[in-house]
Write a protein that binds this ligand. Structure first.
Ligand SMILES: [Zn+2]
Length: 463
């Protein structure tokens, strides 16, 4: 023993939960005692180490979903980062089962039941941030599938700037939605009209709805909301919400007599269930100078209008009421730390409709250098010198975070006429273009020209 340094604590003496990266899990879904017991149990399982490793990687890369398939071959895993699935290293069957069982136990689900659908929730923290995880497990013909949705519990989108809307469009938008303006625009703000928010099923509508309404004058005017009790939207501050029961045949018109007694100025309905509801709001807008907001899933503004027309409202009343439609498409942003400039070919610029001489360079996502192009590193052994450095910000993905591409259609009389006489999406798109509204693609090209995203990514999201 003399002269010998005391050995560091060997790995075998550490409990499983003391190993691995610093992810702290919190059990939920049961009583306080059950949660405590569940946590103690998972801390003894090697599965907790796999869970910590997986979460550290996913949270570092800002993934918001993890999908796992357990079968006789083992556990296949992938994660969704900014709307794109990426593979995670697979685990062998035994390790995979340990991991899945730990995750289910954390949500107070029954790990032994690999057949029925189970749903629960647990929490974790990593690098001073707190996350909630929704977990669903379900038997499949080959085994079991587990889907986890991760939410950063503090992150809340608050402003139009933060979700990527350019200044000029924000100004146009605020005039359309009746926001009180100072100075020369003080009288230009609309006081009546139907405004429609839209986004494709892939996502963005909830955020657009919350942030879009957040930018209206809801503190200055009386807003009321109508919602189907089975599909509550996240609350928007200062809007009093009335619920109807669509399953029992109720709709917006059921609530109107009671609500109108309060003399509200603005109506908010995240989803219009039928023609009667849409007709009722349009009548209030056209006859009594009210304002109303609704939302619909659609891939652009023209399609959003046609989806509302598909409810078969009185077309002329609808056309008279509607004043604007906003659509959002989410797009990944190039990683600022590793994006690579290149000189675009004149033909590419022409194709994008960017005038020659306007941009000297565009940006693309990080590409590993071609083999043999790196100078040899004397410190490295033969065969290792061509390992490229991986960006620590984006983990080598080339993208980090997302922003919105916004299409704002300001409705004019030509578009109103088309809605009544020729409700064809291409006709409406053409008329919108003539009215000076930019399309999603044109708005996306602006982001490419500014180096915020790449041509390849724009093509991907516009498909
Ligand atoms: Zn990067």
């Amino acid at each position: 023993m003399f002269g010998k340094k005391k050995k560091e604590t060997p790995q075998e003496e550490l409990a499983p939960h003391e190993m691995g990266p610093p992810v702290e899990f919190k059990a939920k879904g049961g009583t306080e005692t059950q949660n405590q017991a569940n946590l103690i149990q998972v801390r003894q399982s090697m599965g907790i180490v796999f869970a910590k490793e997986m979460y550290a990687e996913c949270l570092f890369k800002a993934a918001d979903r993890i999908l796992m398939d357990l079968s006789r071959e083992g556990l296949a895993r992938r994660c969704d980062i900014d709307g794109v699935w990426h593979a995670l290293p697979p685990l062998d069957l035994q390790s995979g089962m340990l991991l899945v069982d730990v995750l289910k136990k954390l949500a107070n689900l029954n790990p032994a039941d690999r057949k029925s659908q189970q749903h629960g929730e647990f929490a974790c923290s990593f690098r001073d941030k707190h996350y909630a995880s929704d977990i669903t497990s379900q038997g499949t013909p080959t085994g079991e599938r587990i889907l986890i949705k991760i939410r950063d519990v503090k992150k809340k989108w608050t402003s139009l700037t933060e979700i990527g809307m350019r200044e000029k469009m924000q100004h146009q938008y605020k005039l359309l939605v009746g926001r009180h303006m100072e100075g020369e625009d003080a009288d230009k703000s609309l006081k009546r009209g139907l405004f429609v928010y839209s986004a494709p099923p892939a996502g963005g509508l909830t955020t657009l709805w919350t942030v879009g309404l957040g930018a209206t004058d809801r503190y200055m005017r009386d807003f009321v909301g109508f919602e189907d009790k089975a599909r509550r939207e996240p609350e928007v501050e200062n809007i009093e919400v009335y619920e109807y029961d669509a399953a029992a045949g109720q709709d917006v018109t059921t609530l109107l007599p009671k609500v109108l007694l309060k003399q509200p100025e603005v109506f908010v309905a995240p989803e219009l269930p039928n023609a009667a509801s849409l007709n009722a709001l349009c009548d209030l807008i056209n006859n009594e100078e009210h304002m109303a907001f609704t939302s619909v899933r659609a891939k652009d503004t023209a399609e959003a209008l046609l989806r509302l027309l598909a409810l078969k409202p009185k077309a002329d009343s609808f056309a008279q009421a509607v004043t604007g439609v906003l659509n959002v498409r989410l797009i990944r942003k190039l990683c600022e730390a590793c994006k690579q400039p290149y000189q675009p070919h004149p033909q590419l610029l022409q194709r994008l409709g960017i005038p020659p001489g306007r941009v000297a360079q565009l940006y693309q996502e990080w590409q590993p250098p071609p083999p043999g192009s790196l100078p040899p590193d004397p410190k490295k052994k033969k065969g290792e010198e061509e390992e490229p450095q991986i960006c620590q910000i984006c983990g080598g993905l080339g993208y980090r975070g997302r922003t919105g591409i916004f299409e704002l259609m300001v409705i004019n009389d030509a578009i109103r006429q088309a809605l009544v006489r020729q409700p064809d999406p291409n006709v409406i798109r053409q008329l919108s273009k003539q009215a000076g509204n930019r399309s999603l693609l044109e708005e996306g090209i602006l982001l490419v020209a500014q180096g915020i995203t790449s041509v390849v990514e724009l093509q991907r999201v516009m498909k």
